[in-house]
Design a protein. Structure first.
Length: 157
């Protein structure tokens, strides 16, 4: 599983890439190709700096009574964007997921399977106004696992 500093680094870099995307769109609209390149560069720097200075990492863990099966692991993998450090091992799944307003906030999700249950942890960057991104990410994991729960009942919220 990922160490705390690795999780923070991944989230800061993801924020930087989101800033680059926004900067490229805005710069391109105003200045064409050169504006897009400049906007992406400035947006990346601003996104990274803002994330380092004005956010904190929050985390949340939940346990679900879902046995380990290939189908359940595939459903979880299906909602996550894999990270370079992730493996094909179904016992521990790590990835990124969009949560929060319009799915634009990123969370690092780490799922560890035990014989009869799964523990999911989500970490996200939060600023002055808490977007509850980690909680939203875990709701998406819960939805992916719903059909694999004993008795096939859907989760309660």
């Amino acid at each position: 599983m990922l160490a705390d500093d690795e999780v923070r680094h991944i989230l800061i870099e993801r924020n930087a890439e989101m800033g680059a995307t926004g900067g490229a769109v805005g710069g391109g609209a105003a200045g064409g190709r050169a504006g897009a390149a400049g906007g992406a560069s400035g947006g990346r720097i601003g996104g990274r700096l803002g994330a380092r200075l004005f956010t904190r990492v929050t985390g949340l863990t939940r346990t679900y009574d879902v046995p380990r099966t290939g189908a359940a692991a595939a459903d979880v993998r299906g909602i996550l964007q894999p990270l370079p450090a992730s493996s094909d091992d179904d016992d521990a799944i790590v990835g990124l997921i969009g949560a929060g307003a319009l799915g634009m906030n990123s969370a690092v999700v780490q799922v560890v399977w035990h014989a009869d249950r799964v523990e999911a942890t989500a970490h996200a960057l939060e600023g002055l106004i808490d977007q509850r991104t980690a909680a939203g990410a875990l709701l998406k994991v819960e939805d992916a696992l719903a059909r694999h729960r004993p008795g096939g009942d859907s989760p309660t919220r």
